[in-house]
Structure formats: C-alpha cells, structure tokens
Design a protein around this ligand. Structure first.
Ligand SMILES: NC(=O)c1ccc[n+]([C@@H]2O[C@H](COP(=O)([O-])OP(=O)(O)OC[C@H]3O[C@@H](n4cnc5c(N)ncnc54)[C@H](O)[C@@H]3O)[C@@H](O)[C@H]2O)c1
Length: 333
C-alpha cells in the first residue's frame, strides 16, 4: 500500500507516521509546509526507516497536482490544517482557505487520480456545544453545530467527503473526530512541540517545568462535580493506532464518521492535580473567567469505533499521558 500523509511533520501526523514506519511495510510519502511542523521530526522519523518527504504547501495546487501525477497513492491521511480556535474567529478566511479549500482540492486530486481511500482528521469541535444531560456521552449521531470557524471548516470537509463518496463509486472515507489529544511517544522519540499551544496537558507540563510562571483555570462554576470543565483525553499513540485500524477497515467497509476518545472524562482540576503528582511540583494555578464557547462536558461515546474497527486502547491512563507529555516537554527547549 502507498500512503500519502499531509501534515506529517506535526504532532498527530508524526505519531501516525511512526506507527506506519514501525509496524507496516507500507510505502510512505509525507508532505508538509513546516508552518507548525518541524523538520527535526521528519529527521527523527527517518531513523525508523526511509520514506519520502516533500516540503509542499497544500495551497500550491499545481505542485499538489504534480505530486499525484508522479505517484500512485492508494490512501491519503489528511492532517494538515490550521487549528487555533481563537485565531479562526479573528481570521476565518485563513481557516476556510487552508482547511476547507485546500482540503477540497486534495480530495479532487484523489478523485482525478483514482486514490480511493481518504482518512480525515476531524474534531469534536464539529459538535459545538452539545445538548446533553450531565452524564451523556456524545454519539456520532448527535447534531453537528460548530460554534467557531475552525469547527465549521472541518465539518465542511466531512460534508464534501460524503457528497464525493456518493457521487464517485469506489471512493471511500473515514472521518475521525478527535477529542482532546495528549501525551507523547513512550520512548521519548517524538511529542508535541507546537509553539504557543493552548492544550491543557501541555500547558500544565510547561508550568510544572517552570516554563510558565503559573497557569489558569478558565471558570470553576460549571455544573460539574468540582466546577471545572470535563474533557476526554486520548493518548496520541492510541489515536495513531485508530488510523492504522481505519486503513485496514476502509477497503472492506462503508465510509463513516467515528469518535476518537476513551468515553471517560477528567476535570481541569483533576488533570492539573495529576500533573502535580507526576512532576512532584505544586505549581501555581489561578482561577479566572470562563472562556466563550467552552461546553461544561465533552466526552466521546466510542462504541462505534470499538465495535466496528476493533480499536482497543492501550494507554488509557491519565498519569501515563501526563508523564509522557512532561518527559517530552523536558526534552524540548
Ligand atoms: N491536537 C488536537 O488536540 C486535535 C484535536 C482535534 C483535531 N485535530 C486535528 O488533527 C490534525 C493535526 O493536528 P496537530 O495537533 O498534529 O497539529 P500540528 O499543527 O502539529 O500539525 C499540522 C501540520 O500540518 C502542517 N500544515 C498546515 N497547513 C499546511 C499546508 N497548507 N500545507 C502543508 N502542510 C500544512 C503543519 O506544518 C503541521 O506540521 C489537524 O487537522 C487538527 O485539526 C487536532
């Protein structure tokens, strides 16, 4: 199988590339414009085994077309995107151009060159602020109603994939709706190097190591047991393994959308407490105002991916997730 990964120099794409390189004999090409990804990550991945890296911006449609003319891919795994929610509110066109327009052209390249399998990085942000009672988990059938351009730009691609699969016999897709992704490679090979990250576990790791003076909790008056928001934190390697499952699932099954989470939530306070325990550092935390658009609870119902793909998480352990995130954070500047 010949696979194209877009955005493979980034956090999640590099973990998927690592599993492909280590655990399969698939031929791999990665494209990335290194806007938020790192050439060092590509160099590290090359120590596992050889693959092709092309420094290509998805907005260079001619170059993208040429890539498809000169390669025979069987599947595309599409990670490349812009993903900072507040930035998407300030600069929506950046998100619609990079995520929706470039993503659409990538799908067109697949159709034009008979690349039949497409795996797409979607997000729980497509659900917006779900209407649930406190203990409900979100199913894929829950209405989608993104509350920011980032979520909307991703939902558009889900819809475009659905229409394209309906119109083009043979073309199939899997859209994976990630919940909160965290952690790093268990051997310290790769991790999340993202600059100015807002992800809770990364921020907590940075604070534990003194890279930040303190960290903030945005609201402690939510209708949850300790008043802080509850999220479903999925280990990046378990998420990567869901992509490997999807690659095997897609040829023999219908297209579809799948939640990726553990179905168990932790509050912001629980995550911070775990990071304090794992790091041995009782760092400063300040309670501040709620942020706009933060639902109280976001927990995935993962029954669909577990039952249909046989995905079985290996690293469902918040302490381990915090520990690997902390170890990676220690390693990078
Ligand atoms: N990190 C999360 O918690 C999370 C949650 C839900 C969904 N996602 C989705 O997962 C995917 C990967 O996210 P990540 O956390 O690894 O982010 P990341 O920023 O680390 O990776 C994105 C990669 O895409 C590349 N890229 C961006 N625009 C490009 C373009 N026009 N041309 C070529 N390369 C381009 C970047 O250089 C980077 O290497 C994204 O699509 C994101 O929307 C992430």
């Amino acid at each position: 199988m010949k696979i194209l990964i877009t955005g493979g120099a980034g956090y999640i794409g590099s973990h998927v590339a690592k599993h492909i390189l280590k655990e399969t004999d698939f031929n791999l090409t990665i494209i990335d414009n290194l806007s938020t990804g790192f050439i060092e990550t590509i160099e590290t991945l090359k120590t596992i085994r050889a693959f092709e890296f092309v420094n290509l911006d998805l907005s260079d449609w001619n170059d993208l077309k040429k890539l498809f003319e000169t390669h025979e891919f069987n599947a595309v795994i599409h990670f490349a995107a812009s993903l900072i929610v507040p930035e998407s509110v300030e600069n929506p066109l950046k998100y619609y151009l990079n995520n929706t327009s470039n993503g659409t052209y990538l799908i067109k390249c697949c159709i034009d060159h008979n690349v039949n399998y497409f795996i797409f990085s979607s997000t729980a942000a497509v659900y917006g602020e779900p209407k649930l009672t406190t203990n409900d988990k979100i199913k894929e059938t829950h209405p989608t109603n993104p509350i920011n351009p980032y979520g909307q730009s991703k939902l558009f691609i889900e819809k475009i994939l659905k229409d394209t699969a309906k119109a083009h016999n043979g073309f199939k897709y899997v859209a994976l709706r990630y919940f909160n992704v965290a952690g790093a490679d268990k051997g310290g090979l790769i991790g999340q190097s993202t600059k100015n990250a807002t992800h809770l576990i990364k921020v907590a790791a940075q604070t534990a190591l003194g890279k930040r003076d303190k960290m903030y909790i945005f609201g402690d008056d939510y209708p949850t047991p300790d008043g802080t928001c509850i999220r479903d934190y999925i280990d990046v390697d378990d998420l990567a393994l869901a992509h490997i499952k999807a690659l095997k699932y897609i040829p023999k099954n219908e297209s579809g959308v799948f939640n990726c989470g553990y179905g168990k939530g932790f509050s912001v306070k629980e995550v911070i407490q775990t990071m304090k325990e794992v790091s041995g550092n009782d760092f400063e935390v300040e309670i501040t105002d709620r942020r706009k658009g933060d639902p109280a609870i976001l927990v995935a119902d993962n029954t669909k991916i577990v039952n249909s793909m046989g995905w079985s998480p290996k690293y469902n352990n918040l302490k381990l997730i915090c520990k690997t995130a902390l170890e990676w954070e220690r390693k990078i500047k």
